[in-house]
Design a protein around this ligand. Sequence first.
Ligand SMILES: C[S@@+](CC[C@H](N)C(=O)[O-])C[C@H]1O[C@@H](n2cnc3c(N)ncnc32)[C@H](O)[C@@H]1O
Length: 283
Amino acid sequence: MENNITDQLYVEYNFTVQPTEPWTDVLMSQLGDLHFESFIETEKGCKAYIRKSLDSDNLLEGFELMENDFVDLAFAKADVPPTNWNKEWESNFSPIMVEERCEVRAPFHESRGAEYDIVIEPKMSFGTGHHQTTHMMIQFLLEEDLTGKRVLDMGSGTGVLAILAQMRGAVAIDAIDIDTWCYENAVENVARNKADKVEVILGGAEQLSGRSYNAIIANINLNVLLNDVKAYSDCLESGGVIWFSGFYQENIPTLVDACKEVGLVYDSQKERDNWVALRMVKN
Ligand SMILES: C[S@@+](CC[C@H](N)C(=O)[O-])C[C@H]1O[C@@H](n2cnc3c(N)ncnc32)[C@H](O)[C@@H]1O
C-alpha cells in the first residue's frame, strides 16, 4: 500500500486568478470540494493537484467561480510526472510548534521534546498544522479539558487533531474523512503516534447516525458545514462543545445563524489571516 500511495499519478492545474485577493483563497477552498488535494500559491494565483483517476476533461464545467463576474479565472493543466511524495515532503515540510506546547513534525525531524509531540507523514493529505485553520483548532484543543470525553474529528485529514484529542485525555475518538487518501493516511498516522483510542472511518455525515459525542471538531469548509451542521448537532450531547473552522470572517454570521437553528450557541472565536475558528456550545 505504501508504494501505491507514494507513487500515485497527479494532474496539475495552474490557475491564473484576477484579482488574486481574495479569490485565490476562495478558489482553493472550492477546489477542495472537487477532490483537489493540495495547493501551492503562486504570484498569479495557484497550482492545484488532483489525482489523475479523479480528473476529467469537463471537471470544471459549471464550476461557479468560472462564471463569477468579479473574478477572471484561467488555467492550464498538465500531468505531473510520477513523484515520490515522501521525498517531496522531506524537502518541504518544516516542523511547527503551537503555543510552545504542541509540535507537529515529520518522522525525519528530531523531537524537541514538546508536551504534545505529534509525528505526521502528510503525503497529500491536509493537516500538518501549517494551515491557519489547523493551527487555530490545535490552540482550541490545548485550551480544553478533554479528560474522559468522547470526541468526533470530522474531516480529519491526516488525523492530527484526533491524535491531539487523545493526548488531551479523550477516551474514544472517531476520525471521519470522506476522502480515501486521507483515510489511509490517518490510519498510518494514528498508528505512528500510538493513538489507540482513535478509530478512523471513511465517509461523511451519513456515518454519524446512532453515535454520540461530548465534543466535535469540524475543520472542513463552509458548504459542507452548512449542509451537515444538523447531523453534527444531533450527535452532540447537551452541554457539548463543537469547534468549526475552514471559512472566513465574512462567513461567520451565516454559520452562526445555521447553528442557532440546530441548538448551537456561539461562545468564542479565533482569527488568523482572515481564516476563523468558532467555539459553539449545545444548549
Ligand atoms: C481543511 S481539511 C482539515 C484536515 C484536518 N482536520 C486539519 O484540521 O488539518 C478538511 C478535510 O475534510 C474532508 N472532507 C471534505 N468534505 C467532507 C465531508 N463532507 N465529510 C467529511 N470529511 C470531509 C477533506 O477530505 C479534508 O481532509
